[in-house]
Design a binder for this molecule. Structure first.
Ligand code: CA
Length: 507
């Protein structure tokens, strides 16, 4: 009988991840003489050597917890056997002490994008109808349904019409410090490169988030012909007719746009994980990390995010910051979030989900160490606050919560393409940008062949290398950004609602 298989990431590790889809049965033998003492499910941890009580449990060469009992070799190492270590102290981190040397540039890589007047580049050609308040969302949705069936077919170069709706805009303490975050997020999403930076704007009239406040220093977008105030209109039917007339003018403009060759450096790719398992950190996340390095080498911007999944690995990132300023910016974002969680009487241990744990992740430390593999190996060039638009090139930390739909919404302030890794599976997608989904396990890709775009589980089974999976992701990104290939989320029209992060009070 062939030996059971497990993956050890780092030579210091005293646990490994069981690979076989049916898990390791009790008595199963691994190469090297290790024997399972009990049934261990796939993607869960086996002790490679005996771990004494109080000793560190090591994965990725890092401490993911301390054993609160003796764990004999061959045991299933479960969540309750580990005590969560303290998060790295923010006062004692090494700043820019180990800055990676630049990798050789990748010249000549291009994609077919839509060049905008402001220099940004779109990966889709969308009519965006933005809103200042949730009150107007059903009216806009009604008009968009009619526009898509009655009008859009006459404009074949336009990919879609998207209502940029959300739950923000009124009933909020708009002068509170926290309000700046959702407001700038919505501003940057409204001016997204994929809507040519020129949305229609629908306001109710009496809301707190007045159009002038939303667009602040980007007021030219508020020409009279682009702005409709519902309280200035007569009746529903006439309101919808006015909206459709304005939309048609914009469609005529958008329909004249064409894809042109653009350097890959115009890509702003947002990375995030959702429904992670213990494989995520050895398959899909490092494969995406390899693709991230290729994108950085091609001059592009790569965003990684999710503060609570970076917090416990921050000591591995501050040395990679390109200078002390950037390292301190990263620490600033970690501290802001520590304070935010403390106000809610929570801490980062609130992060892992039941699905993460079912997938073999013991705690947030193990999750974070796997999560940051997405960030590849290049220097950290800049840090952006929640909802800020990123202008730097290279690897950038853009602060967001880890919640999938909130992180995706926040990254939309900057990104024109999204890569989403998943172990447990999520049909997640966004209307404004293509979302490329990468699975951590082949079993998920086989169960969801019409939802998962790329199967990185082949890395665990030895069917491809991390580098091969990373190159495949990179090439797929260029194809999708060019409109040559479609993600499954776009094929089915799976588009999650926008959920701007609002840390401020609701009145
Ligand atoms: Ca997430």
């Amino acid at each position: 009988m062939a030996p059971s298989r497990c993956i050890r990431v780092h030579e210091r590790d005293n646990v490994a991840i069981v690979v076989d889809p049916e898990g390791a049965r009790s008595g199963a033998e691994f190469s090297g003489g290790l024997t399972a003492r009990e049934h261990i499910p796939q993607s869960h941890k086996i002790a490679i050597s005996t771990i004494e009580r109080g000793s560190p449990v090591l994965r990725y060469g890092q401490i993911i917890g301390r054993a609160n009992r003796a764990i004999p070799a061959g045991s299933w190492v479960r969540e309750e056997m580990l005590d969560l270590p303290a998060a790295p102290a923010l006062e004692q981190l090494a700043l820019a002490t180990n800055v990676p040397a630049p990798l050789p540039p990748l010249e000549g890589r291009t994609f077919q994008g839509f060049r905008n007047a402001d220099g940004s580049v779109g990966t889709k050609n969308i009519l965006g109808i933005t809103t200042t308040v949730q009150c107007v969302a059903p009216t806009v949705d009604y008009a968009v349904r009619r526009l898509k069936t009655e009008v859009l077919p006459r404009y074949p170069n336009v990919d879609d019409i998207v209502a940029i709706t959300h739950t923000y805009g009124c009933g909020i303490a708009i002068e509170a410090p926290g309000a700046a975050i959702p407001i700038r997020t919505l501003k940057h999403i409204s001016l997204h490169p994929n809507v040519a930076g020129q949305p229609l704007v629908v306001s109710l009239g009496c809301e707190k988030l007045q159009p002038q406040r939303l667009f602040a220093n980007a007021l030219p977008v508020l020409e009279d012909s682009n702005l409709i105030r519902l309280q200035d209109q007569r009746g529903f039917a006439e309101t919808v007719a006015a909206l459709m007339r304005a939309a048609e003018r914009q469609l005529e403009f958008l329909n004249r746009r064409e894809r042109r060759m653009c350097p890959a450096s115009e890509l702003v790719v947002g990375l995030q994980c959702g429904g992670s398992d213990a494989f995520s950190g050895v398959t899909c996340n490092p494969a995406v990390g390899y693709a991230a390095d290729l994108l950085v080498r091609a001059g592009a911007t790569v965003l990684f995010s999710e503060v609570t999944e970076v917090r416990d690995a921050v000591h591995l990132l501050t040395p990679r910051a390109v200078n002390e300023r950037v390292a301190l910016d990263l620490i600033r974002e970690m501290r802001w979030y520590d304070d935010y969680l403390a106000k809610g009487q929570a801490d980062r241990s609130a992060n892992p989900t039941p699905g993460n744990k079912r997938g073999g992740l013991a705690n947030v430390v193990e999750k974070a160490l796997g999560s940051i593999a997405k960030a590849g190996s290049t220097a950290l060039m800049a840090v952006a606050g929640h909802g800020e638009r990123v202008t730097a090139k290279g690897l950038v930390f853009a602060a967001t919560p880890a919640s999938d739909f909130i992180c995706g919404t926040q990254q939309l302030a900057s990104m024109n393409l999204h890569i989403f890794t998943t172990g447990e599976g999520s049909p997640y997608g966004l209307a404004l940008v293509p979302v490329v989904k990468v699975s951590s396990r082949t079993a998920l890709a086989e169960k969801w062949p019409d939802l998962i775009d790329i199967d990185a589980g082949r890395v665990a089974t030895g069917d491809c290398t991390l580098e091969e999976a990373g190159r495949e992701i990179f090439e797929f990104v260029l194809d999708v950004a060019s409109g040559r290939k479609k993600t499954w989320a776009d094929h089915w029209g799976l588009h999650n609602a926008l959920a701007p992060f609002n840390p401020g009070p609701v009145t």
